[in-house]
Design a protein around this ligand. Structure first.
Ligand SMILES: [Zn+2]
Ligand SMILES: [Zn+2]
Length: 168
């Protein structure tokens, strides 16, 4: 879009998505977190668009696969990096203990969730004129029960750039 400060068409820069409040967790292990993703002007940093995403997942499934990061370099290099990233991610997801709601009900069991940071994600679908870019966030969440057990999961999601709200 056109940046009013630069007065020309600009691309978006990456930004640090903001986690809004604490994530919510139900006694069945469903987790929801709100995160605000801002798209700043790549030239001057003016915030041009934003979108608040509601990310959901469940610790009973042992976490959700997150969107891959952006890889640099030639196509073959990027594809190889993506394959490696997916394999590592699959290994990581296997290490997560699934949550059993039956074991964490009643006295002495109260679930709470925390998320301190979020990372910016972007991906494109299609090519050339039909290329659609999605921007979003990936948020690592730690769920703890007052009995001492903890679980980790990564929530992620994105929205097409045209679905963001214009701020200027
Ligand atoms: Zn600008
Ligand atoms: Zn418990």
């Amino acid at each position: 879009m056109r940046c009013p400060d630069c007065n020309k068409f600009v691309s978006y820069d990456e930004s640090n998505p903001e986690v809004e409040g604490d994530p919510e967790v139900t006694e069945d292990g469903d987790v929801t977190v709100s995160v605000r993703v801002v798209l700043p002007c790549a030239e001057c940093g003016q915030e041009l668009k934003d979108c608040t995403l509601e990310l959901t997942g469940s610790i009973s499934e042992g976490g959700t696969p997150s969107a891959p990061p952006k890889f640099e370099g030639k196509k073959a290099v990027r594809e190889a990096a993506l394959v490696e990233w997916r394999a590592k991610r699959a290994e990581y997801l296997k290490t997560l203990k699934p949550f059993d709601p039956e074991k964490h009900k009643g006295e002495g069991h109260e679930l709470s969730a925390e998320a301190d940071s979020a990372s910016f994600t972007s991906r494109s679908e299609g090519s050339g004129r039909y290329c659609v870019t999605f921007y979003g966030a990936s948020v690592p969440v730690t769920v703890s029960c007052s009995c001492g057990e903890t679980w980790e999961l990564e929530l992620s999601g994105d929205e097409r750039a045209s679905g963001f709200e214009e701020l200027v």
